[in-house]
Design a protein around this ligand. Structure first.
Ligand SMILES: *[C@@H]1O[C@H](CO)[C@@H](O)[C@H](O)[C@H]1NC(C)=O
Ligand SMILES: *[C@@H]1O[C@H](CO)[C@@H](O)[C@H](O)[C@H]1NC(C)=O
Length: 187
């Protein structure tokens, strides 16, 4: 191999090798850094998918769900709103199917019990170990209920986006949370 050819090959090789880095850096510097330097985050996402019994077709949606606004502009805030709606719909549906005569007051109480930041939602989230997965800024405590709940809800928003069906996300919620409410409501 001539020297020039060798140099060309080296250049091509180096270029090919660096493309994913450059592409990642252009998209999101935080993401890029974590993806290549700390695969523990990716490993934690794998584990989380096993725990919730749902495998993402687009892992980047779950990655976003596990990103707090303090960490990146690309974060879980909007997914968390969708997720809260998915949860409320799923809970309302199950409760009303069981008891169509329930009073609006009782229905609202049940819904708030399940989506309450200080109780159910944070407990579910901590049980899944979300505080150990979510990416936050160094100054943010990832165990506080608001952070855990935001990410917990965002998981279901992310599933709805991944499947394009809020019902599918509601079903996963029901399985993740259902152990408890299932018993409480005797389904
Ligand atoms: C983080 O928040 C949790 C839950 O509110 C609390 O128990 C813990 O002490 C906090 N940790 C720090 C370092 O402030
Ligand atoms: C998502 O669902 C909507 C409404 O059912 C449908 O119009 C749309 O084509 C779906 N998109 C994909 C990518 O499946």
């Amino acid at each position: 191999m001539s020297r020039r050819r060798f140099t060309l090959f080296t250049a091509i090789f180096l270029f090919a090798f660096s493309v994913p880095f450059l592409a990642g850096a252009a998209k999101d510097p935080h993401d890029q850094r974590l993806k290549y330097l700390s695969s523990p985050f990716e490993a934690a996402l794998e584990m989380l998918q096993k725990q919730i019994g749902y495998n993402f077709k687009r892992i980047e949606v779950l990655r976003r769900a596990m990103t707090h606004p303090s960490f990146s502009e690309e974060n879980n805030r909007a997914l968390s709103i969708l997720g809260a709606n998915v949860i409320e719909t799923s809970v309302s549906l199950h409760i009303l199917r069981k008891d169509i005569e329930i009073s609006p007051k009782d229905l609202n109480r049940r819904i708030s019990e399940i989506s309450n930041v200080e109780s159910s939602c944070a407990i579910d989230g901590l049980r899944l170990g979300i505080h150990k997965v979510i990416r936050v800024s160094p100054r943010t405590n990832s165990s506080i209920p608001a952070v855990v709940c935001g990410a917990y809800r965002a998981i279901f928003g992310a599933i709805a986006i991944d499947t394009n069906k809020s019902d599918d996300a509601g079903n996963v919620f029901w399985i993740v949370h259902g152990g408890d409410i299932g018993r409480a409501l005797a389904f």
